[in-house]
Design a protein around this ligand. Structure first.
Ligand SMILES: [Zn+2]
Length: 96
């Protein structure tokens, strides 16, 4: 078996938070990334799920701490648990 899928989905938006890169008050887009094992053209199961956010002002990409996402999961889709200390800067995407 090998990785056949690597997908990104829009997952929602954060509450107001200050971007650690540009210090602007923003609502960041939350992206859900799944990598899956596959066979016969379909995914058997997801084995890895990660969350990222992107700042709409400076297009910095951040990884979201797992514990923050776990709290935010569930029926309410309340992402208030995702705050600045939960974000780890990865890189600037330079999207203009
Ligand atoms: Zn920013």
């Amino acid at each position: 078996m090998k990785i056949t899928n690597n997908k990104m989905f829009e997952h929602g938006k954060t509450h107001d938070l200050v971007c650690p890169s540009c210090n602007e008050l923003v609502n960041m887009q939350i992206l859900r990334s799944t990598s899956a094992f596959g066979g016969l053209g379909f995914s058997l199961f997801n084995y890895k799920v990660e969350y990222f956010t992107i700042c709409p002002k400076c297009s910095s990409l951040f990884a979201v701490a797992k514990d923050a996402v776990k709290l935010a999961e569930g029926r309410t889709k309340d992402f208030s648990t995702i705050s600045e200390p939960k974000l780890t800067f990865i890189k600037n995407l330079n999207i203009k």
